[in-house]
Design a protein around this ligand. Structure first.
Ligand code: FRU
Length: 476
């Protein structure tokens, strides 16, 4: 599909250069992440007609290096009675040399009520898919908010975890198992709001993902309906995880506390997959949030909205998930970095320079006395670290122009920041992925300023790389 205004879109200064974004229309969740026949595939929720959440297709990109992406025709298009109002989120697996996609068929019936069907589509080449229809119906005890199948193989069996809402209007993650991928047996919930000791924890859980990593069983999910609590749960919806231990035979899952994956504004519906080649688990998320801010994205008038995060490798350290930019991203660094040793005193000392809107900035903090460090990016984003309170803050200009908004989290000792900047996004990895802040921002395209100021005695080393892509952003 090509649109008339594609050239126009590509001249948009807010168009990402190395993040995936839709050719036009709206992008949300990443779907069906898989390494198949030598290529990485990223599918995504796509409304090709409008920049709102109307109908959803599965858009499709693939790549050999996770950096340069080729666009393919949409893999799934709502066309059948069981998916006529949207091919909703899901996952991919490889079996007998074929790719299997599991997705949710979203249907609005004659009475305007929702129906959900978990559906299967199969492909030999990873490009053309044959729909096999529904393989699972909403079980008793659940509302039609039953979706986002994530499928994997473990000890010779197939498993599927689904995001659900119980009839009591509690969010749940529900498990199924199969030996042939067509017939699924319900094992029951593995975790949920007001279930198995958890207490009130949201009216719906979306996009679950269950996997084992370094001997721990991690459940990622997106609870909706949590109230803000201290510095936590500040966005409309949350994305987070439990670390625990799951026993498949009894379907018992013992887990710790819910932890948020990202502390910024725009991060939702993450999905992971295993890159067997490199023996690592990679996570990609939607760099968006279905909140009121969507209306104010300036890219809407150019005919597109949203993007995905960079791929991140995840690891468990203790009971905490760490996220790091995949190593391939180093190949985007162009030319020699700017390297600076900075010593700032506590009298509002400042260092400033011009940066490329596509940059990677690494800051190693050697020492910091009590006080505050502040980084201002393109006069739109402000990062602050308050050493007295061990508090990290990200502040940005609100999209509706009405002032500033911020997100915060505790960071006991700031040792390192690694910042990925693209035309209209920022991803900050603190202390090698211990905490991450992700956000979109829309700075004045002419403003390339970068400033560090200090109300502390600080010494640090800065490394700054311009990032370059071979085939995109060249028209600007
Ligand atoms: C999450 C989500 C999923 C659903 C999809 C529809 O953002 O609401 O639960 O499958 O988006 O686009």
């Amino acid at each position: 599909m090509k649109s008339k205004n594609e050239a126009y879109i590509n001249h948009d200064p807010y168009r990402p250069c190395y993040h995936l974004s839709p050719p036009f229309g709206l992008m949300n969740d990443p779907n069906g992440l898989i390494y198949f026949h030598g290529r990485f595939h990223v599918f995504y929720q796509w409304n090709p007609f409008e920049t709102n959440h109307g109908i959803k297709f599965w858009g499709h990109f693939s790549s050999t290096d996770l950096l340069h992406w080729e666009e393919h025709p949409p893999a799934l298009v709502p066309s059948e009675w069981y998916d006529k109002n949207g091919c909703y989120s899901g996952s991919a697996i490889e079996h007998n040399d074929k790719m299997y996609l599991f997705y949710t068929g979203n249907v609005k019936n004659q009475n305007g009520e929702r129906e959900s069907y978990q559906c299967l589509a199969v492909s030999e080449d990873g490009i053309h898919f044959e729909k096999k229809g529904p393989i699972l119906h909403v079980p008793k005890g659940y509302t039609p908010h039953f979706r986002d199948p994530k499928v994997w193989k473990q000890n010779g069996r197939w498993y599927m975890v689904l995001g659900a809402q119980s009839n009591s209007l509690d969010g749940r993650a529900v498990l199924f198992s199969s030996t042939d991928l067509y017939h699924w047996e319900m094992l029951g919930p593995i975790a949920g709001s007001n279930w198995n000791g958890l207490g009130e924890f949201g009216y719906m859980w979306e996009c679950p993902d269950l996997f084992s990593l370094q001997g721990k069983d991690i459940l990622l999910f997106c609870p909706q309906g949590l109230e803000p609590k201290g510095l936590n749960y500040k966005n409309l919806y949350q994305s987070g995880y439990f670390v625990g231990h799951w026993i498949p035979d009894t379907n018992h899952y013992e887990h710790g506390e819910f932890m948020e994956l990202d502390r910024g504004f725009d991060f939702y519906a993450p999905q992971t997959f295993v890159d067997h080649h490199n023996n690592r688990r990679i996570m990609i998320a939607w760099m968006g949030m279905g909140d009121d801010n969507e209306r104010y994205h300036p890219t809407i008038e150019k005919g597109w909205i949203h993007a995905l995060t960079i791929p991140r490798e995840i690891k468990v350290i203790g009971d905490h998930l760490y996220q790091m930019p995949i190593k391939e991203l180093k190949k985007l660094r162009s030319g020699k970095p700017i390297m600076v040793n900075l010593v700032l005193n506590n009298e509002n000392d400042e260092y400033s320079m011009m940066i490329n809107p596509q940059s990677e900035i690494i800051m190693n903090v050697h020492s910091l006395t009590n006080g505050r460090l502040e980084i201002t990016i393109r006069n739109n984003i402000k990062l602050k670290y308050d050493k007295n309170e061990n508090l990290f803050t990200m502040e940005r200009k609100k999209f509706d122009g009405s002032g500033l908004e911020s997100r915060q989290c505790k960071v006991n000792q700031l040792r390192k920041l690694q910042i990925y900047l693209d035309s209209s996004s920022i991803e900050i990895f603190i202390n090698d992925g211990q905490e991450v802040f992700t956000a979109r921002f829309f700075a004045n395209p002419e403003d390339h300023t970068f400033r560090i100021s200090s109300k502390a005695e600080a010494s640090m080393h800065l490394q700054l790389y311009s990032l370059r892509m071979k085939n995109s952003c060249k028209s600007r």
